[in-house]
Design a protein around this ligand. Structure first.
Ligand SMILES: CC(C)(COP(=O)(O)OP(=O)(O)OC[C@H]1O[C@@H](n2cnc3c(N)ncnc32)[C@H](O)[C@@H]1OP(=O)(O)O)[C@@H](O)C(=O)NCCC(=O)NCCS
Length: 186
């Protein structure tokens, strides 16, 4: 499964990606709101080992790496969680190497995945959860058009403390009214 946008390619993660993934995922400062921060290359290998090989399998996470077309470098990753309760909802999460922040790459990748989930996999609703202090992520999802649906108080125990959690969502109807003209090569 390969998704191509104007500046990026998204393809399934594999074991050859370990070093590039470790380079940015091990950054404790950038990833301080994330539940998973690898301490060693082995942690990344174990993480990749647990990822589903098949996209759209209920109850699993599927992981894409995001590649900058111009340099062919892996600049981040994007995970999709396919709910096991039904076949119509998914959760997404995006992480970029900080060298590639502020170029619109996360916006471009997330939009392309949303398009794929709604248009190709016929999903009804996509959610994402965010720490209220994770301002860049909040800006990202609000820019794309996600709706804030809930603020859970101290509902998650992450990196040794209880933290709040925001739930953002988009339904297929919302998506169809958004403009994606800038997403693909003309
Ligand atoms: C969440 C995260 C991916 C967002 O990255 P980001 O760089 O802020 O988002 P984008 O790549 O979409 O870039 C958007 C910014 O680039 C700017 N930009 C520059 N050139 C642009 C272009 N050609 N197109 C669009 N935006 C552009 C935008 O104005 C925007 O800046 P603003 O927020 O000040 O308005 C990043 O902060 C991250 O990896 N965080 C750590 C991991 C994490 O916490 N993930 C969330 C939990 S799943």
């Amino acid at each position: 499964m390969i998704i191509e946008t104007r500046r990026l390619i998204l393809r399934p993660i594999n074991l050859d990606d370990i070093n590039e993934i470790f380079e940015y995922r091990s950054d404790r400062e950038v990833n301080k709101y994330q539940g998973w921060i690898p301490a060693t290359l082995n942690d990344v290998e174990a993480f990749i080992g647990k990822i589903s090989k098949q996209i759209n399998e209920a109850g699993t996470w599927f992981q894409f790496v995001i590649i900058e077309k111009e340099t062919q470098k892996i600049i981040g990753d994007l995970g999709v969680h396919f709910f096991d309760s039904d076949n119509k909802q998914a959760e997404i999460g995006c992480t970029l190497n900080k060298k590639f922040h502020n170029k619109g790459y996360a916006t471009e990748s997330v939009k392309s995945i949303i398009a794929y989930l709604f248009n190709e996999l016929n999903k009804h609703r996509i959610i994402t959860t965010i720490d209220p202090e994770n301002i860049n992520s909040i800006r990202l999802v609000e820019r794309i058009g996600f709706r804030k649906e809930a603020h859970f108080v101290e509902s998650l125990f992450i990196n040794g403390k209880w933290v709040d959690d925001l739930l953002y969502a988009m339904i297929e109807k919302d998506w169809q009214s958004l403009n994606c003209d800038d997403l693909y090569e003309k």
